[in-house]
Ligand binder design. Sequence first.
Ligand code: ARG
Length: 574
Amino acid sequence: MFDPVVTLRQRFATALHAAFGDEVAGTDPAIHRSAHADYQADVAMALAKRLKRSPRDVAQALLAQLQPDDVVASAEVSGPGFINLALQPAYLEACLAGMSADARLGVAKAANPDTVVIDHSAPNVAKEMHVGHLRSTIIGDVIARVLGFAGHKVIRQNHIGDWGTPFGMLIEHMLDTATTQSVSSVQELVALYRASRAKFDADPAFAERARHRVVLLQGGDEATRALWGKLIAISVEHFTSLYEQLNVDLRPRDVRGESAYNDDLAIVVAELEAQGLARESEGAICVFPEGFLGREGEPVPLIVRKQDGGYGYATTDLAAVRYRVGTLQATRIVVVVGAPQSQHLAMVFAVARSAGWAPAPVRLEHVAFGSVLGPDKKMFKTRAGDTVSLASLGEEAVERARKAVSAKSADLSPERQEAIARAVGIGAVKYADLSNDRIKDYVFDWDRMLAFDGNTAPYLMYAHARIRSILRKAEVVETQLGPATLEAPQEKALALQLLQFASVIDKTVETLQPHRLCLFLYDVATTFTAFYEHCPVLKAEGQVRASRLALCSVTARVLGQGLALLGIEAPEQM
Ligand code: ARG
């Protein structure tokens, strides 16, 4: 860790103890980058009450213990009781040198790595993946990348919808229409699925056969299972090609669909009953976890076995928690699904806890997110009012990016331009999603996400490529540049910004909020722009030139690493 804040925290702990003794043990000061100083510490306000002194008074007493040294150049009380700190340039230079000498840019590997199961994407078999799956797919992907980079053991689980009554219907219809051999694309599956649904609603005899087919499927009938396996294979191939297009690291090996829990469902219910947690209610078996009340204050049930004896979504999710902790040894489970499922997951987690399937300190987390909205602020749809398939979204993104790239990078070869257009188009869609606080809805806006200015992927990718081009023109060996000296305020500001990288990764690991990383990278890019405007690099000479090139180099590495963690390509040239 080369983050000066870590050192400052230690300094404050010592100063707090010297000034106030044991009374303040455990007080953790908030220390931020600030527009008014290198850092601002906020601790006096919180302590003032406890010490029955004014915040400024507390700050003054602390200050007396924070004598300038090799880290702190000066400290002063500001406003109602903040402490503004300026750090020694030599100390900041040493921090930055440490960071750039480290292949991991100062991000330490977790001392106690978690085994983290990340449940994300989870599209449904025999359906096209649509914009509703976009957020789970890419938010989960970034969380997996960041946690992996931070040294945790990451196990991705693609909990695809591959089980249930629709498959009886679909298989029966495929047998009727003799399409079981010929079907090969997900589009065909979708068409068959629609037709089978219509037939199911119109023809009671067919409905009866479809239900019987479900029984055969669940009972493990070989011929039925073989047909079902084919549906899955076609669908997983479709998902996988989309993941590749989206630069999302999900593979067929990560698929563990709802069907995988089929044999566990009866056991889950039996264990809940044996523990006295589940009971019969109106013919169904239900758990009423504490604290979940309906509008009239009545307890809300989590149905674990339906009236007809079948199992639903909730039982599968319970079985998944049980498997992930019991078999995969997860110490942290992260489920990336939309905010509308908050209550469902909270109930599943509560029941899993009571049943002892996820004992403390196992963490169970719902990474919730809002909806993607169209320009009319309603659910994002095509002009015809259909859901937008991910395939068409990706194609349109690249198509639109082609226009922008051919104008901006006209000097590059057509192949290069095409590769850049792909990276920009896909990157733009992903970044527009990731850069919003995930819990909020956001409006899908092509022009904004593809703009080369503002908090967008093209802006960051371009900033990165521009720095790489400076470094190419300088014709230096980056690893031999030596440490940067921080003289101009813009140089210092850039260093202070870059030094936050490790703590931003930490925060992202803790909060599972990718927009924090996005905002940090955007700040890096704008701070770099200010530096570049005031501090000539290629035109500088000698030590100054080498120092500024060193700053360029570590900036490009931070941007490149950050974009990689977001699953966004960072071309060398644009
Ligand atoms: N397959 C579901 C859908 O498309 C999402 C499943 C989410 N994951 C979970 N463990 N419940 O809506």
